[in-house]
Each structure stands twice: as structure tokens, then as C-alpha cells.
Design a binder for this molecule. Structure first.
Ligand code: GLU
Length: 266
């Protein structure tokens, strides 16, 4: 079966080293399997979006030598698909209004969650289970502000694009049972999952746009890529051993081995 992987950044700021690590792992896993690697811009949360970030992300990925297959999918163009899936889930959902004094309330739509555990085997983190009703509770699919939630959009688009290999940061490990639950309700196939360890800053926090992780360096790309490969525990030679960025990619695709990565706490 053809492997189809993807990288799905949200355009809330520029790419940082943590996003490079996640992109690199998903790219190498797909390319080593001679599969496809897709790029999807998750621009569904307009209030959190930073203007110009989507193009900056695409440009940075290109400058680092990532080559994606086909057209870039933009979630902002996929509202009809999310609406149709929400309608298909109607018997499992309910509107939920949390009133706040003095504020007009709008209903969010939540999906009911099961008491039985949802378990899956992550290719890096091993077996992972969650009892959604207890650990998460009924979760939002359509927000009160009218925006579709990430959980619904990601499931609909992974299935639409035929993604069967999801490699992403370990901060999303505990979102996965929610996504598997939606796949089950919608009758969609379940991709294989691998959650790579997170890059932490000096305070032990995940690098993120919220805690102002620096944008990726675009002048020392080869050194930065080597650093990402080493973070991913690949026994990568020094940057000076490679004549070019593409020589480094060639080495990385030929030698990629996910087994070097050990389970981590998300
Ligand atoms: N858009 C999400 C983010 O940037 C990632 C979604 C995913 O890989 O499932 O954190």
C-alpha cells in the first residue's frame, strides 16, 4: 500500500525548530517508504492566524528542501466538507450552551464520548489508551463562534487526502483517541500514528509560537537540518560532511530509522 504522510501546520506564526523536527520526521518516514508527503495549511482558526504566516511557512519549507506532492490543501477551503461530516454525526452530537451572566450565548456542538477505552499503538510511544468520557468529556466539533474545531477538520482532511501515516509532535498524542473516535463514528480508516518527542526550551516548555520560539534560521539551513536529525536521534554526520542540503536529505532518507526514537512524556 502506498504510504501517504503529511505535515499540517497552523499559520499562527513562523516555523520554529520544533516544527522543523516534526516536518522532518513525517517527511523522512514518507519518503523512505517511497510514499507521498502532503502539505496542508490548517487555517481554520482565523482569530489565531497571523497574517502572512502561511506563505512564510511554505517558503521556509521550500528553502529547506522539502518537496511536497500535489497541491497544498487549505482548510479554509474545506468548510462544506466539515459541515457535511458534522451533519453525518448528528445523532451523536448535541448543542451545548454555557451561559455566562449578561452575555448572549451561542451554542457549541459537542459529540458524546464513550465510556469504553479507546486504545491504539503509537509507533514511537507504544500503547496508549484513553477513556474519553472520563478523561476528556464530550468535546466540541463546532465552536460557539461558528468555527469548526481542529479535531473534526483534521479527521475529515486526513481521510479526504488518503493519509495513512501521521507523524507529528507528542503534544498531540492525547488528542489522538478523540480523532480515532470520530473516525469510528464516520466510518473512516484509522491512520498509523507516530508521535515524536517535543523540542523543549530552556524552561522545559514546548517550543511554540505562544511562548515566542524563534523563527527558523534560513541562513544556516544545513546546520539546522543536521541539528533536527540529531534531535531525532539519527546518527547524522557533521554538516561539513555534506556538500549540499540535498546531499544531507539523501543521507537522511536512506538512513531514517524511527526506532532510535524513544517514548517520551508529552
Ligand atoms: N495544525 C496542528 C499544529 O500546527 C497540527 C495538526 C496535526 O498534525 O494533526 O499544531
Amino acid at each position: 500500500m502506498l504510504t501517504i504522510g503529511r505535515f499540517a501546520p497552523s499559520p499562527t506564526g513562523p516555523l520554529h525548530f520544533g516544527s522543523l523536527v516534526a516536518a522532518t520526521a513525517s517527511y523522512l518516514a514518507a519518503r523512505q517508504a517511497q510514499g507521498k508527503w502532503l502539505l496542508r495549511i490548517e487555517d481554520i482558526d482565523k482569530p489565531r492566524e497571523q497574517s502572512g504566516a502561511a506563505n512564510a511557512i511554505i517558503q521556509t519549507l521550500g528553502s529547506y528542501g522539502f518537496e511536497w506532492d500535489g497541491d497544498i490543501l487549505y482548510q479554509s477551503q474545506r468548510q462544506d466538507a466539515y459541515r457535511a461530516s458534522l451533519a453525518a454525526l448528528q445523532t451523536h452530537t448535541y448543542p451545548c450552551t454555557r451561559s455566562r451572566k449578561g452575555l448572549p450565548t451561542l451554542p457549541a456542538i459537542r459529540v458524546r464520548t464513550p465510556d469504553d477505552p479507546i486504545c491504539f499503538t503509537d509507533n514511537i510511544q507504544g500503547n496508549y489508551c484513553q477513556r474519553l468520557s472520563r478523561d476528556v468529556g464530550d468535546f466540541v466539533l463546532l465552536r460557539a463562534d461558528g468555527l469548526f474545531a481542529y479535531q473534526l477538520a483534521v479527521v475529515v482532511d486526513d481521510a479526504f487526502q488518503g493519509v495513512n501515516q501521521v507523524v507529528r509532535g507528542a503534544d498531540l498524542l492525547d488528542n489522538t483517541p478523540r480523532q480515532i473516535w470520530l473516525q469510528q463514528l464516520l466510518g473512516l480508516p484509522q491512520p498509523n500514528y507516530a508521535h515524536v518527542p517535543l523540542v523543549l526550551n530552556e524552561f522545559g516548555q514546548k517550543l511554540s509560537k505562544q511562548n515566542l520560539a524563534p523563527a527558523l534560521n534560513t541562513s544556516e539551513r544545513l546546520q539546522t537540518l543536521v541539528a533536527a536529525l540529531r534531535f531525532l536521534q539519527q546518527p547524522c554526520p557533521d554538516a561539513c560532511e555534506f556538500s549540499s542540503l540535498s546531499a544531507c536529505w539523501g543521507w537522511a532518507i536512506a538512513h531514517w530509522d524511527m526506532h532510535y526514537l524513544k517514548p517520551s512524556q508529552a
